[in-house]
Design a protein around this ligand. Structure first.
Ligand code: HEM
Length: 406
């Protein structure tokens, strides 16, 4: 629940804005709302502003509007930390998601450990399963002539690939889908807490099982791994497993939702990809840029100056990929979706040491899903009488998207 936070005395009044990523116009889930387009208005404003109520629990954050300033923050891990314990603090606990909420040098130790598990070569081995999952789901509703993309495709697809990646049985799909929904889009805060506790209990049990009965899977690797000559603690194993669960669900589902929503509303772009499917990987990059979803938040470790303002230790700073990737100084005509855009140095997958560990998998998921849609579903459009509903938040997403075809 968002509450009004006090504005700290060092924040100049003229830099306080009522804008936030959750409830501002077009951020709340309303039909026709376009959270990305409404961010374009921020370009006319200052380089940095203060949003007093910009986190799930109502804290204020500074918001940067230039990609260069964001790169400065994300590069400077000495001054700006990512240690926030967001997931655990919602349960009244204090342990970091690993490696997201730890800083160098510990971050590098864990990243080195996990990198091989997410390597392009390893992800290539998952390609056949990822593609087959897309095919099975599409074939299950193809003959109906319509579907609701998020519940019938995007979420089941992302969750089932997570299960595949972790080596968990497909039969747990419904349970994981419910947990994912309650964690990411809870009806009440209590639903979120309950789901968080159930996910933790499940992953803790799995870790225990894999300690006694190892298999050839992700969890066995993690419980057997060593850092600095010692085994990982229970909390470290949990921090890794929970992060891998939450990092790849909403993000991939949102990516698919925004991609299909764009193509359903822009028949010319859809036609291009049907005629030239070899352009799909490039189109996916451009759609990742234009419909970026993740807000990166850092906490200042010491007093400093940023974009011309005084920052105090403890201040939160938002580096929103959604704003960065529509910065006209980096991307000419940023609101235009151009599948042939060159030099697309977007930060949809972040920037700096915390660059997304799952980007190779995510790209495969997005490309395979679009390729299979174009092959199997005839020209599609937003279903008559409905409008896509998108939402803002910590991760932007699509709440519902009904599409139909002949
Ligand atoms: C389109 C889909 C995805 C997007 C847009 C995305 C985006 C991001 C972003 C922006 C960050 C940095 C967050 C920050 O610095 O505060 C991040 C980190 C991370 N992502 Fe992704 N992600 C996606 C999919 C995935 C998938 C599928 C996985 C795993 C299966 C994954 C695992 C991770 C992990 C483990 C980190 C932490 C890396 C670190 O701290 O070193 N992501 N992702």
């Amino acid at each position: 629940m968002l509450t009004n936070a006090e504005i700290p005395s060092h924040v100049p009044q003229d830099l306080v804005s009522s804008f936030n990523f959750w409830t501002a116009k077009d951020m709340a889930p309303t039909p026709g709302g376009d959270p990305h387009l409404s961010l374009s208005a921020l370009r006319k404003g200052p380089r940095i502003f203060y949003s007093p109520n910009n986190t799930r629990d109502g804290q204020g954050t500074w918001v940067l509007t230039s990609i260069d300033d964001m790169r400065t923050v994300l590069r400077d891990t000495e001054t700006f930390s990512s240690h926030r314990s967001i997931f655990a603090s919602a349960l009244g606990e204090n342990w970091p998601l690993i490696p997201l909420e730890i800083d160098p040098p510990d971050h590098s130790t864990f990243r080195k450990l996990l990198n091989p598990l997410f390597s392009p070569q390893r992800m290539e081995k998952l390609e056949a399963q990822v593609r087959q999952r897309a095919i099975d789901l599409i074939e299950s509703f193809k003959d109906k002539g319509s579907c609701e993309v998020m519940s019938e495709f995007a979420f089941p697809y992302a969750v089932s690939i997570f299960l595949e990646f972790l080596g968990l049985p497909k039969e747990r799909m419904k349970e994981f889908l419910d947990w994912a929904t309650n964690l990411l889009h809870p009806a009440t805060p209590q639903h979120r807490t309950d789901a968080a506790m159930e996910v933790i209990a499940y992953l803790d049990d799995l870790a225990k099982l894999r300690r006694s009965t190892p298999a050839d899977d992700f969890m066995s690797f993690v419980v057997d791994a060593e850092v600095d000559g010692r085994r990982l603690s229970d909390k470290e194993v949990r921090g890794i497993a929970v992060l891998v669960f939450i990092a790849g669900l909403d993000t991939v589902a949102a990516g698919i939702g925004f991609d299909l929503s764009h193509l359903a509303r822009h028949q010319d772009d859809q036609q291009t990809l049907r005629e030239k499917p070899e352009m799909i990987p490039n189109a996916v990059e451009e759609l990742l840029r234009a419909y970026s979803t993740v807000q990166m938040v850092r906490v200042a470790k010491q007093d400093t100056e940023l974009a011309g303002v005084q920052i105090k230790a403890g201040d939160l700073i938002t580096c929103a990929s959604q704003i960065a990737n529509r910065d006209p100084n980096e991307f000419p005509d940023p609101d235009k979706i151009d599948f042939e855009r060159n030099a697309n140095r977007h930060m949809a997958f972040a920037y700096g040491v915390h660059r997304c560990l799952g980007s190779h998998l995510a790209r495969r998921e997005l490309v395979a899903s679009l390729e299979e849609w174009m092959k199997r579903i005839p020209p599609f459009r937003v279903k008559n009488g409905t409008e896509p509903v998108a939402h803002g938040g910590f991760v932007f997403g699509v709440q519902s998207l009904e599409i139909s075809w002949d």
